[in-house]
Design a protein around this ligand. Structure first.
Ligand SMILES: *Cc1c(COP(=O)(O)O)cnc(C)c1O
Length: 418
């Protein structure tokens, strides 16, 4: 790892060597580590010009900013360089100047989690582990299994009871050993930790594994590059554990340090009303109290956010804001994101759009602002939730009785012509 200087504890600030495997030896499990780079050295090789000349259409185009060895074996499936598309009609609906959607549902397993999982699989191979493990509400798991499969590793996955069926099916297709824990995400997480220690598996868990969040960072790097290094005014990110938002912010901070961008966007963190401990921590400055999460957005239904501190620090530094949205607003956002932009987002992903709408209404995000909503996962991941948003089809007989009435009602035929 040519450009990595060490691992810094977010609690006590101590700088550790990369021999430390997961969290700060002094602070224990809450001492999340942050990868530190030699930016002066990176600056000499990573510029707008050198990046423009790179052929990789994947997150690996930013290799100097990733904790990889130069000779690291990389997965074959597609990770990163997902489309950033303008969404003018949706932008008008939300009351924004310009809106772009960064569609991370287009990754190998259908979510942004493929970015960190790819780093996890690469590190596992580097450490000569044959098994990777993770506990997840769904997407981290399916992407862990997908990337493990792509790199010839085996995977053991602990899922909480309420994980949506499509995500569990995805795991099984990727060949994972799936352990459905009759309990909460928190319990599945603890069990996974113990099993990793006992059997020496590589732990793909963003909240404690410092390298994974570096993968999440690449979403931010891509947003900047895809906008020709003109960052938007706001980037909206949904928040569960808090790793994604911290990663996205780190991307922009690094690009500014490297002199590649002149300014950074403000970051809007969005949580679901029924699972909003990070918003509370942002408002009060106090550590969040564990809570029982209740929301349709299963990917951000986190009652004990492990990375709340990094998340809160990121939003503060970014001069950003945190906002909560209801499940009703999330379902609405799934509908209008599909109808006005042609993007099918899962509930946790649509939360970022719902958050932008609320922030625009409350005047947090200005009417002329340029914003990017990070679509973190594909809607097909959770068909049951999508059905609640989408409604039902019209049933008609093969003779077509009643067809015309339906078309009129939907304004698909001109009433005068009929
Ligand atoms: C994991 C996830 C998030 C939130 O990421 P955190 O790092 O847990 O904050 C948001 N949306 C989707 C679809 C996810 O899978």
């Amino acid at each position: 790892m040519r450009f990595v200087k060490g691992l810094k504890c977010v609690l006590c600030g101590a700088l550790h060597s990369t021999r430390v495997p997961y969290t700060c030896p002094r602070c224990g499990e809450s001492g999340i580590l942050d990868v530190q780079y030699d930016y002066a050295a990176i600056k000499r090789v990573l510029t707008r010009r050198t990046l423009a000349a790179r052929p990789d259409r994947s997150q690996w185009r930013y290799r100097e900013l990733l904790p990889l060895r130069a000779d690291a074996a990389l997965p074959d499936v597609a990770v990163g360089w997902t489309p950033l598309t303008p969404a003018p009609a949706l932008g008008r609906h939300l009351g924004l100047g310009r809106l772009f959607l960064k569609d991370d549902g287009r990754n190998a397993s259908g979510s942004l989690k493929d970015r960190p999982s790819a780093i996890g699989a690469v590190k596992a191979r580097e450490k000569r582990r044959k098994i990777v493990a993770c506990a997840s509400t769904g997407n981290a798991a399916s992407s862990c299994a997908c990337l493990a499969a792509s790199m010839g590793l085996r995977s053991v996955i602990f899922v909480p009871e309420r994980a949506p069926e499509p995500k569990v099916t995805q795991l099984l297709i990727f060949g994972a050993t799936v352990l459905r824990v009759r309990g909460s995400y928190e319990q599945a997480f603890q069990l996974c930790q113990r099993a990793c220690e006992k059997w020496g598996w590589y732990n793909r868990n963003c909240a404690i594994n410092p390298y994974l969040v570096e993968g999440k960072k690449t979403a931010g790097l891509e947003i900047a590059e895809q906008l020709s290094w003109e960052p938007p005014d706001w980037v909206a990110v949904s928040v569960g554990d808090g790793c994604t938002i911290a990663g996205v912010w780190k991307a922009f901070r690094e690009l500014r340090t490297l002199g590649i961008v002149a300014r950074t966007p403000r970051i809007l963190g969005v949580q679901a009303e029924g699972a909003a401990p990070v918003t509370a921590a942002f408002a009060t400055g106090e550590p969040p109290r564990p809570m029982e999460p209740r929301t349709i957005a299963d990917s951000i239904a986190v009652g004990v956010p492990r990375n709340w501190k990094k998340a809160v620090m990121a939003v503060r530094e970014a001069d950003g804001a945190m906002i909560d949205v209801s499940d009703g607003e999330i379902l609405d956002a799934m509908r209008y994101t599909g109808r006005l932009a042609g993007v099918f987002a899962e509930p946790a992903a649509a939360a970022s759009v719902a958050g932008l709408r609320r922030a625009a209404r409350e005047g947090i995000v200005g009417r002329r602002a340029t914003a990017v909503a990070l679509i973190t996962g594909n809607g097909l991941k959770d068909v049951q939730a999508a059905r609640a948003a989408a409604g039902v089809p019209f049933d008609i007989p093969p003779e077509g009785d009643g067809l015309e009435d339906i078309l009129k009602e939907r304004k698909l035929v001109d009433c005068h012509e009929a």
